[in-house]
Design a protein around this ligand. Sequence first.
Ligand SMILES: Cc1cc2nc3c(=O)[nH]c(=O)nc-3n(C[C@H](O)[C@H](O)[C@H](O)COP(=O)(O)OP(=O)(O)OC[C@H]3O[C@@H](n4cnc5c(N)ncnc54)[C@H](O)[C@@H]3O)c2cc1C
Length: 450
Amino acid sequence: MAASEHVVEKAGNAKIVARSDVVVVGGGPAGFSAALAARREGMSVTLIERYAYLGGLASGGMVLVLDDMSNGPEVTVTGICMEMIERMAKVGACVFPPPEDRRTDWEAYHRWARWGVFDFRAQTKPQPILMAAAFDPDGWKRMSNEMIEEAGVNVRLHSWFSKAIVEDGRIKGVICETKAGREAIMGDVIIDTSGDLDVAAAAGAQFTHGSFIVTTVFRLGGVDTDATERFSQQEPEKYAEIDRQAKRVMGGSWDFWWLKTPLPGIVWCNCPHMAGYDALKVDDLTRADFEGRKKIYALVDYVRQHMPGFEKCYVVDVAPQLGVRQTRLLEGDYVVTKDDVLDRVHFADTVARGRDYYTPYRAMLPKGIEGLLVAGRHYSATETAQKMSREIPPCMSMGQSAGVAAALAIKGDGLLRHVSAVEICARVRAQGGDPGDIPSANAKIAETLA
Ligand SMILES: Cc1cc2nc3c(=O)[nH]c(=O)nc-3n(C[C@H](O)[C@H](O)[C@H](O)COP(=O)(O)OP(=O)(O)OC[C@H]3O[C@@H](n4cnc5c(N)ncnc54)[C@H](O)[C@@H]3O)c2cc1C
């Protein structure tokens, strides 16, 4: 069949399976935080997720370091993100440097760098050790289940969002494809945390189509990390040559392609990176999965033969989800730019933050649609700005603020644009979050609400 041919579908009925004040679509870091935050403000909440677990890229994508959450010694992302870190740490599923080790010297660097908790943007060596957290993907799934259950959120896994129900410019609910057929979930406010802007795009919001490298993340077991670290410190040039060759074999990675995890002998490999794929296309997603797996096994063959400590390594698992960094990006009431991030612009309507940059409430509001909020990696930013501000902690900070904003709108006149950013920040603070005070030095303040 020619690619341009279409089948016309008849409109059908979808059974209404849930109604709640707030409906969150996407159970990744942003959605999990939004659902909890709205529930804590007294809302009934339904959280929809297509896969069999919560966590999105953090668990299913096996993205196993929470970073971009501190600015030098200041921990800038707290709230639900920090609760998750503390919960996982209590059951041995999370490791982070204690305050006395967050410093810049070779001793701290040698102890902590292989956990991925250094300032990866710093140009100097050694890079500073910061508050960041290495965690176990099943630890995330387990703790998010616990927290969501304790809070009384109505979770619907195995539900793939497919359609937005929009009437007179207001979103009223969503339709999901499930094993039981099409199901409708109705809500007063819908929060799109799908990462790919599925809901807002379906509802008619404006967006840009961004793209970035994709990665088939995996873990290796049977690694003697002490032996590899000793080798890298005692024979740095030999290590560097083998490391360079390993990167050539796999065809793309950051500087550190393997990092320690809370499980002894198991390392996290945030690679191989692959370019030229559009993560909204089935063909591209399929080819990327096939290509990534081939590269992983080529790398394993190489390091087994050449890298001290990796002689007996084996693949523990390849992440069940392809690592997708960027697809659709909202063009909301305000679009955050690269300069906003670099200049650390603090907006009059700042409601969330990451390392040292801020998110205005307007960047969560799709133009022309009422009742819909957007939080997470598809928020309203330019492609370049998103690449610098999309880590898990800032997405959780956005999610928490979106959940609070939804509750404030429902308690008010129902209109999201009537909610005050100051009130959002006050409620986020009351929940233990920290959207950031107006910075005193070195940051530009955006004065007006355009
Ligand atoms: C390879 C890689 C490495 C990275 N490294 C780091 C790192 O070291 N540290 C860091 O902090 N960040 C890192 N990031 C960035 C970070 O993982 C993401 O930006 C972050 O997870 C975004 O969170 P989110 O909740 O917005 O989206 P996601 O994590 O993508 O979650 C979206 C959720 O929505 C669900 N969903 C999507 N569509 C639908 C639908 N139609 N119906 C129902 N559910 C749906 C998904 O299944 C998922 O659960 C990395 C990303 C990648 C890909």
